[in-house]
Structures are given as C-alpha cells and as structure tokens.
Design a protein around this ligand. Structure first.
Ligand code: COA
Length: 633
C-alpha cells in the first residue's frame, strides 16, 4: 500500500483529495450551447444563444453568481453536494420504488426449502456485519479509479453512509439523516420483514454478537411468528412506497400514536432491512427478478414487505429470487455493487452448515413491531396500495444480455467501451424515434472530496452525425465515412467523460448558479426559464454504467414519463442491459428499444469488421499485392 493510500484509508480523504472545481463560466456557457444546438429548433437556439450571451456578458448576473459560487467553494468541502442532493433526490416528490431506488439482482438461488433460504439470509446478515465492521474501523481498502484516468484515489465517504442513513419523508422536501456515531450509542439491530410484518432482530445478546447459527434460529422464529394470522397487523410498509408527500402526510397521522412512534424509531435507526419474501409466483427470468426487486410485485405479492426509506434492503425470496434494493440519496450504485459483491462472495464461499445446538444460545424470540391502525390510517394504506399497483402495472422492463461481444471486442477497436456503448444507445434511440434527446450518463466525481456524480450529455452533435449516417436510407455514406463519424463520436464522448470526471461538466455548475440566485433572492435568471434549459433537463434517456465482477446486475426505472432508464454492465464478452420504460406512455417500448439496440450493436460490429478488412487489403496498384500488410507500428 502506498503512503497516499494509507493516509486516505485512515479516513483522511477529505484532507487529501482535491475539492470539486468550479469550471470557468464562459467554458460552461459555451459547452451548454454546444450540447443543445442540435437538439432544439434553429429559431429556439438563436433565442437561447442570445439569452446565454447576455447572462455571461462582463458585469452581468452570470459573473455575480459565479463569484458567489467560488466563495462557496472556498468555504465548503464540496460546493455542489447539498444543492445536488436536494435537486436530484430530496425535493423529488415521486415514489421511491421504480422512480428512484435502484436494485441489484442476484443470480436465482436454488433453495430446496425455506431452511435453505433462511441459511442464505443468515449468511448474508453475517456478511453485512463483517462488512460494516470493515467500514466502521476504516479498514476497507481504498478504491482507486480504473478505466479513464486510472490510478487516482477515490473518496470513500459514500461507504460510511451505507448502514447509517435514513431518508425521512417531508411535506415539501425529504431529509437524509446520516448517523455516523450510531454504532457506539445503542446495541445495533436489523429489521426483518416477513409476510408484511416487521420484526426487531437484535444482533447482540449479552454483549456478544449473534453467530450465524443463532441468526438462522432467530429467522426461523420470525417466520413462525409471521404465520400466526391472529397476530398479523396491516401492511404498514406499503406507505413507504407512496409519493413522498403522501407518505409524509401518512407518517404525521401515524406518529400521533406512541406504539407507531416506537416502531418507526426502531426502523429508522436499524442497520438495514432484510425482506424474507414469499415466492413471487412468476418464472424467475432476469426481467421478472428485476421487477420483483424494483417494486416487489405490488401489495398482492411482496410490495408491502419493504421499507423503501431505508438505504439498504436485502431481499431473500423463498423461491430464490434475491437481491438488494437501495435508497439512492446516500450513495451511488458503485458502492452498492462493492457491498453486494462482498456478500455474494462470502455466501458462495461458505458451504451450508448444519446448526450445532452447542454453538447456539437460548435467545428470546425477536419482537414483532406493533402498529396502531384506525379508519383514517386504513384508508391511507389502501390508497398507497392502489398507487403502488398502478406503478407495478406501468413498469415495462426488459433485461437483455447482448451475447455477441463485450468490452474486449471494443477495446480491440481502440475505442473506449463505455463511449462505444453510449453511442450504441444513441443509435438505438434514433432508430426508434428518428431524433436524439437529452441524455444523462452518470460520471463519478469520487476523485474529489465528498464527490458524487455529474452528467455526461451523451447526445453529442458527433453522435447525431454518426447515427444519421448509419440509418440513412439512401445509403449515401461509405463505410469509411461512417467509420470516421463513429471515431469522431467516440472521441467526443470520451472527451466529455474526461471533462466530467475531472469536474468540468456543465450540469452541476448550472445548477449551482441557479441555486445561488435563489439564495440571493434574485429573480430567476432568464437562462433558467428558457424552454431550451427546461428541455435539456428532461432526460428522456437516463443511463449509467454499473459494472460487476460477480454475476449480478443493476436496474432502475425511467426518470421521466416518456423516457427510458437504461443501466448496463459491460463484461469481457457480453453486455447486460436493463431497459425500463412505462407502458402508459405510447412513445416508448422497452422491447422495441432492445431490438433496436441489438440491431445497432451488430451493425456497428459489422462496420468495424468491414473497415478492418478494408484497411488490411492492399491497394490494387500496390507492388506487394497479394501479401498481407503488417498492421501496427
Ligand atoms: N482503447 C483500448 N482500451 C480502452 C480505450 C481505448 N481507446 N479506452 C478505454 N479503454 C479501456 C480502459 O483502459 C478500461 O480498461 P480496464 O477494463 O482494464 O479497466 C476499459 O477500457 C474501460 O474504460 P471505459 O469504457 O473508457 O470507461 P470507464 O471504465 O473509465 O468508465 C465512466 C467511464 C463514465 C462510466 C466512469 O468514469 C464512471 O464515472 N463510472 C461511475 C458511473 C456511476 O456512478 N454509476 C452508478 C450510477 S448510480
């Protein structure tokens, strides 16, 4: 371990890593115009250009706001963090399932019976405790950037929020509470959900942590208790699946009662939720397992066997449908993957152990959380259930594994796999809709203190030129022209990626300028009222790369009603795409998008292969015709 790594691992990262920069104003405004020019009508663009120039003129409002942002940067570890958190998550009023919470889907597990499932759950819980100890004692190995600009240390702060965070619903805005000192104050506990009932699983008894066999026995007791129909309480978890304002209103009604306040306090302070799910009753295809993780199948299946505000929910289905559902505001998918991979490696590495009575203590059964219901709360439960069902019926999901090639083929073309895949997504969209739209790709800012993400706007002018050449029905473009456009598009995408991960993208900066104007009680600057700005923030295509080294994949829903949420996991020889859209929208169809994506990926491969063959073919007049030419240097 290098000296730098040691220093950062010991929790010194805030002092070692640089602060996220504030890009120069002119640079951001020029890039903004470049990003939107080809996506809006010419007349609209002219208007936007004039507004942007006025905003950025010497002595104008843009300069005042920029100065304030620079002052903010000096004062804070990360000038954009709070602004971004509110804008991206806390102010969003949409329900968490599908709209916000991503999920990791584990490979289908082959459980023979419920005991197998509970052994898996017990092993997973022990894994969580081990991982949490690594976090609490700052022993997690330091993450170091891979891919573009590899080798730089990354901020570890997101890990510290994995098991210490809770998102409280609010009437206007939510609150993310992160309790970094929780561990030392009270004995820790988890919440286990089973048949829509919630149980308190103390993980320490008589100052000693429960071992795996004891946890297994406690889970068995929970299952038994949940089967007792007489003691069964209404499915309170369903309230957390509702819109944030609706849930905040329901919570206000709940907390009038002491029993409810006590139950809420226990859930809000737990390490994580473990959901023991009933068999979902549908074939466990990748797509169906993704659906079950994202919304639980609604109230009739496991949709109420959840507590969506809690950052980490581990799902163990009795039918082997398993995964993790995350509340997204404390951390990014990459951290969720690291934790999930640790757990899966631990589970696959530990053979099933029969419980030795000698290794277990006689522990009291876990306590069922109590809820007080009245007719008002009953009506709220029903309304939340109806709204979740609508979301369930609306989600059009298609998990597609592209088997023909993966990262290795793309690297052989001397192209960035991520940029190549992004351009394939643009091609797929263009094939479906005949135009490009504002696109979001998450770019990590973890090279900086408290870094989260910014946006790579993948619908570049170069991508548009390329997809036009690939779809031109008059076949006016030669392969070498198409290849040139592909290379230009990959370069533009790669350049944008490098700008974004070094803190030079435009979205966070524009958001910062807007937020500062609000804080100064200024009239909203015209640039942010402009139709182009509003359209440019409507992300019809919302994408991100979430790679894994263990067999599993990530998925999430679209962020706008007429959009696609597309997560991809590039592997050496295949790529897993999870594509989500809404059935209620007539412009989108995940199956149609997937078909176009498959076609496009094959067409680009054929183009690369034809171009490579043409490159190695000697020119006809060549004196060495007939002999293969040496490639490379
Ligand atoms: N020729 C050959 N190989 C190339 C290449 C080229 N021109 N360009 C890149 N490569 C290689 C890289 O060296 C890397 O190699 P590795 O597999 O050995 O590490 C590999 O291809 C992947 O690089 P690339 O595809 O360019 O992308 P990346 O891994 O740098 O990822 C982002 C780019 C934007 C996805 C990444 O920087 C990022 O921000 N990730 C976080 C996203 C996120 O937060 N997701 C979760 C959201 S909830």
């Amino acid at each position: 371990m290098s000296a730098l790594q040691k220093q950062v691992t010991r929790g010194q990262d805030r002092h070692v890593l640089p602060k996220v920069p504030v890009p120069p104003l002119k640079q951001t405004l020029d890039n903004y115009l470049k990003c939107v020019q080809h996506l809006v009508k010419e007349e609209q663009f002219k208007k936007t250009k004039a507004i942007v120039e006025k905003f950025g003129a010497p002595g104008s409002v843009g300069e005042i706001l920029q100065k304030k942002l620079l002052e903010r940067k000096d004062k804070k570890a990360n000038w954009v963090y709070d602004y971004w958190l509110e804008d991206m998550y806390l102010n969003n009023r949409l329900a968490l399932p599908v709209n916000s919470n991503p999920a990791m889907v584990f490979p289908k597990q082959a459980f023979r019976d419920h005991k197998d499932a509970l052994r898996f759950a017990a092993c997973l819980i022990c894994g969580v405790l081990e991982y949490k100890t690594l976090i609490d004692t700052r022993q997690l190995p330091l993450d170091v950037a891979r891919g573009q600009l590899a080798g730089t240390p990354l901020c570890m702060a997101q890990y510290y929020r994995l098991f210490t965070s809770y998102r409280y619903p609010g009437l206007k805005t939510d609150t993310l509470k992160v309790d970094l000192n929780a561990a030392s104050l009270v004995p820790e506990h988890m919440i286990v959900a089973c048949k829509n009932q919630f149980f308190l699983l103390d993980i320490v008894a008589n100052n000693k942590q429960l071992n795996e066999a004891e946890i297994f026995l406690q889970l068995e007791k929970i299952m038994k208790m949940s089967e007792n129909a007489e003691e069964r309480l209404p499915p309170f978890g369903i309230l957390t699946s509702d819109g944030r304002t609706e849930w905040a209103q329901a919570r206000e009604a709940l907390i009038k009662d002491q029993a409810n306040r006590d139950s809420l306090a226990l859930i809000e302070s737990c390490i994580c939720v473990v959901c023991l799910d009933e068999p979902c009753g549908i074939p466990p295809s990748d797509t169906n397992r993704a659906l079950m993780m994202l919304h639980g199948g609604g109230g009739e299946r496991n949709g109420a066997n959840r507590w969506y505000d809690k950052s980490m929910q581990f799902v163990v289905g009795m039918d082997g449908v398993c995964g993790v559902v995350c509340e997204h505001s404390p951390f990014e998918g990459i951290v969720m993957v690291e934790c999930s991979e640790f757990l899966m490696k631990r589970i696959t590495g530990s053979p099933f152990r029969t419980v030795q009575p000698s290794s277990t203590r006689a522990l009291p059964p876990p306590r069922r959380l109590l809820w007080k219901c009245n007719s008002h709360v009953q009506a709220l439960l029903e309304a939340s259930g109806d709204r979740l069902q609508r979301l369930v019926n609306n989600l059009d999901m298609d998990v597609f594994t592209f088997e023909t090639y993966g990262k290795e083929f793309i690297k052989k073309q001397k192209m960035s796999p991520d940029a190549f895949i992004q351009i394939s997504l643009q091609l797929a969209f263009y094939k479906c809709r005949g135009r490009l739209v504002s696109t979001y790709e998450s770019a990590s800012l973890r090279r900086f203190q408290e870094g989260r993400v910014d946006n790579i706007r993948s619908a570049t002018a170069e991508a548009l030129a390329f997809v036009r050449s690939m779809t031109d029905e008059r076949a006016t473009f030669t392969d070498s022209e198409k290849m040139k456009r592909l290379k230009d598009a990959v370069k533009a995408q790669t350049d944008y990626t490098i700008a974004a991960i070094t803190g030079m993208a435009i979205d966070n900066h524009l958001l910062g300028l807007l937020k500062v104007s609000k804080q100064l009680n200024m009239e909203k600057p015209e640039i942010f009222c402009d139709e182009t700005y509003l359209a440019s923030n409507h992300f019809t295509l919302s994408t991100s790369q979430v790679p894994t080294t263990v067999e599993m994949f990530c998925c999430y829903g679209p962020v706008v009603p007429n959009g696609y949420g597309t997560c991809y996991n590039p592997q050496p020889h295949h790529i897993v795409f999870s594509v989500a859209s809404f059935w209620e929208n007539t412009e989108t169809s995940s199956a149609v998008f997937v078909k176009a994506l498959n076609e496009g990926l094959l067409e680009i491969r054929d183009l690369c292969n034809r171009s490579a063959t043409a490159d190695t073919k000697p020119p006809e007049s060549s004196p060495v015709a007939g002999q293969p030419r040496k490639s490379g240097k």
